[in-house]
Design a protein around this ligand. Structure first.
Ligand code: HEC
Length: 101
């Protein structure tokens, strides 16, 4: 009897944790996120750059933190901090502003 209880608690906990990790703050780029000027390759590169360049000094910021105008402003400042090229900044911008909710 007890064994069954413990098993179901462990199972519930596992499902709960699995669910948490799948609702990530960072979306996985898909066709729906692309546009005439934003390709899937751009978005994948942008996400990789965000993960690589933007987490040294603070938590990696989530796309939903700013709207497009806000990201233009923030990325101007953070380009200097992260020492990235204009092209890298543009790719990160594309990833940050292409989430479809
Ligand atoms: C060398 C350290 C450093 C790196 C690397 C860095 N940041 Fe920052 N970031 C800071 C500091 C310091 C602040 C707080 C001062 C400020 O707001 O200007 C900050 C603040 C922020 C904020 C909150 C303020 C706002 O305008 O919303 C965001 C969002 C942000 N950074 C995004 C980024 C992104 C995106 C990258 C990668 C391109 C990045 N940061 C890389 C140092 C860094």
């Amino acid at each position: 009897m007890n064994q069954i209880k413990i098993t179901s608690i462990v199972l519930a906990l596992t499902l709960f944790l699995a669910n948490c990790s799948s609702t990530s703050r960072f979306y996985t780029p898909a066709e729906i996120n692309t546009s005439a000027t934003v390709s899937l390759a751009d978005l994948n590169q942008g996400k990789a750059l965000l993960m690589e360049k933007c987490g040294d000094c603070h938590r990696i910021p989530a796309p939903r933190k700013h709207d497009a105008a806000g990201w233009v402003e923030t990325l101007k400042k953070m380009q200097v901090e992260a020492k990235i090229s204009d092209e890298q900044r543009e790719l990160i911008y594309k990833y940050l502003t292409s989430e479809r909710i």
